[in-house]
Design a protein around this ligand. Structure first.
Ligand SMILES: C[S@@+](CC[C@H](N)C(=O)[O-])C[C@H]1O[C@@H](n2cnc3c(N)ncnc32)[C@H](O)[C@@H]1O
Length: 224
């Protein structure tokens, strides 16, 4: 890619999220970012034998942790560019006494950046995800910001390259206008709506999400 093209590409990417850094990290969190994070990067050799689940934009990682517990025999990859969110997750999945990983979270891998940078990396081109979760993507409600929405047809088409006929994308949002917009985007993809209900509400996060003050709608997508 030419230098200018690369710059535009990077700018376009960075615009899909808000802040990358918030308040300064505590010493423990900074230590985890510097020392643990590199050790739990997504690693191609991990995926050969185990099913893989991806969560895009995990925020503070509450749902990602639930996924790890619910699916002990799968690898759970979380992608999140917001450093404070990544640090919050690292803190929650480690023992405070010695910063070691808590056993039930040993199947978690973290890509601390835009998920598209991972998916466009040749190294991962043959991975297939069983499930891809995108919960409460930034809605970018103003019309002039619509192009920043992550779940546009280009991104959905990119995700579909990493799916088999059995895979699902699970999207949850309480921003109903964004929901309708995603449904429109699907027309330019090979994805179809399999369901609009989560059949089994398994995780604490999903229960909270369903029972909370917000009213999320779901889209479960599969390849046509
Ligand atoms: C509104 S928050 C929702 C967080 C979490 N999923 C939840 O339900 O609490 C949206 C998250 O998506 C992340 N995000 C936005 N664009 C992304 C991208 N291209 N790749 C990975 N994460 C992204 C943001 O940093 C933010 O943490």
């Amino acid at each position: 890619m030419e230098k200018q093209e690369l710059k535009n590409f990077e700018n376009q990417k960075l615009r899909t999220f808000g802040r990358r850094h918030g308040k300064k990290l505590s010493n423990r969190k900074q230590w985890l970012m510097d020392n643990l994070l590199p050790k739990i990067a997504p690693n191609i050799t991990d995926f050969a034998e185990k099913p893989v689940i991806l969560e895009v934009g995990f925020g503070n990682g509450e749902h990602l942790r639930d996924l790890a517990i619910q699916n002990p025999d799968s690898i759970i990859i979380g992608a999140e560019p917001f450093a404070n969110g990544v640090a919050a997750l690292l803190s929650a999945i480690t023992n405070e006494s010695d910063n070691s990983l808590i056993d039930e979270y040993k199947n978690i891998r973290i890509h601390p950046d835009d998920v598209r940078l991972m998916l466009e990396n040749d190294k991962f081109k043959n991975i297939k995800f069983n499930e891809i979760w995108v919960l409460h993507p930034d809605p970018w409600p103003k019309a002039r910001h619509e192009k920043r929405r992550l779940l546009n047809h280009d991104f959905l088409n990119l995700l579909s390259k990493f799916m088999t006929k059995e895979s699902s994308i699970i999207i949850g949002t309480d921003h109903w206008e964004y929901y309708d917009w995603i449904v429109e985007q699907l027309k330019q993809t090979n994805l179809v709506i399999k369901s609009t209900e989560l059949d089994t509400i398994k995780t604490r996060y999903q229960i909270k999400n369903k029972a909370g003050t917000t009213n999320p709608k779901y889209l479960i997508l599969s390849i046509n």
